[in-house]
Design a protein around this ligand. Sequence first.
Ligand SMILES: NC(=O)c1ccc[n+]([C@@H]2O[C@H](COP(=O)([O-])OP(=O)(O)OC[C@H]3O[C@@H](n4cnc5c(N)ncnc54)[C@H](O)[C@@H]3O)[C@@H](O)[C@H]2O)c1
Length: 384
Amino acid sequence: MKTHKIGIIMNGVTGRMGTNQHLLRSVAAIIKQGGIKVSDGEVIMPDPILVGRSESKLQKLAEMSGVMRYTTNLDEALENPGDQVYFDAQLTNLRAPAVTKAINAGKHVYCEKPTGVSTEEAYELYLLAKKAGVKHGVVQDKLFLPGLLKLRLLIDSGFFGEILSVRGEFGYWVFQGFDQVPTQRPSWNYRKEDGGGIIIDMLCHWRYVLDNLFGEVKAVSCLGATHVKERVDEQGKPYKCTADDSAYATFELASGVIAHFNSSWCVRVRRDDLLTLQVDGTKGTAVAGLRNCVIQPYGGTPRPVWNPDIDSPIDFTEDWMTVPTNQIFDNGFKVEWEMFLRHVVLDEPFPYDLREGAKGVQLAEAGLQSWDKRAWVTLDELPV
Ligand SMILES: NC(=O)c1ccc[n+]([C@@H]2O[C@H](COP(=O)([O-])OP(=O)(O)OC[C@H]3O[C@@H](n4cnc5c(N)ncnc54)[C@H](O)[C@@H]3O)[C@@H](O)[C@H]2O)c1
């Protein structure tokens, strides 16, 4: 058996995303399954080294994940030629400087989104990686959600006819940390000065979801809000919220499709899932959640008539068909990790590069500008 051992410097793994999605559910899971099988006699085997600021946290994480190598010294880790890949899931505003360092040390790089705090910073990162000739990638996990893969299938099979519009509803109530109910997101998310804000966080996702499924985003109109003004941090101290916690954004796509996404950490859920996408077409409609997707074809569409004087004769939740789950869906983060490692080792194509990452940041920045100017903002093409 030929084993391609690949050393991965994993920075930011003590965080929420780093620990759960990237280390435990992806890299450690790949090791546990015996690596990525390339052929009958060939396998790619990750050999991670965990990087963080706290030795005790790293030690605990090492025990939990079975990954034995860890360090608090990133510079030293970057000097090891045996570790070819650098991964970053640190706070957003630390990303570009750390990834720059890794590229300059000759590492291939894979990182969380957003890839920078401005389009300029994120695009510079792309140019740097391209010039250095290293392989590069960004997390675009939502594309691998079973619900969205089902949508992809519906699009490819022509279910919708002409697609008219996409309605995205994302969000849930994030507790402020008062009244003994702990909050479920990190406090920096609500502080602009620490890289927080839902526009920079979520519009990066909506860019690649829309671009890949429905057409390139051409322009955005966005209104942000900071609905909740005060929250409690990890130390139990109240702090003032300085970042947007809700965004109401409309997107024009090159395909003519109109998309509107509401994103909010101040909304209670009365829909099928934490994220739902309703796609309306001339021949049918689909509503996808994280894992499931329901459809209503033209011939199965009820014919409502406006009459508030009687209870509705139609139960609007009833006339939908569930798209069957015909395959086993692996964790989306893991699927993308496997694709990226195959890209590094076997040179297989990997479309989700740092330019795509910069496009996400570009949409987020345009959203913030639109809110500030109270105007539509058009997106320029970022050169390849
Ligand atoms: N793909 C997704 O769906 C998704 C979801 C959530 C967050 N993210 C992104 O992942 C990144 C991490 O988010 P998270 O929710 O895991 O955050 P988190 O606060 O839980 O983790 C942050 C990580 O950065 C490290 N860090 C390094 N220097 C730090 C400093 N000076 N202060 C605080 N932490 C420091 C922490 O130790 C920790 O490992 C963000 O860029 C975020 O945008 C992506």
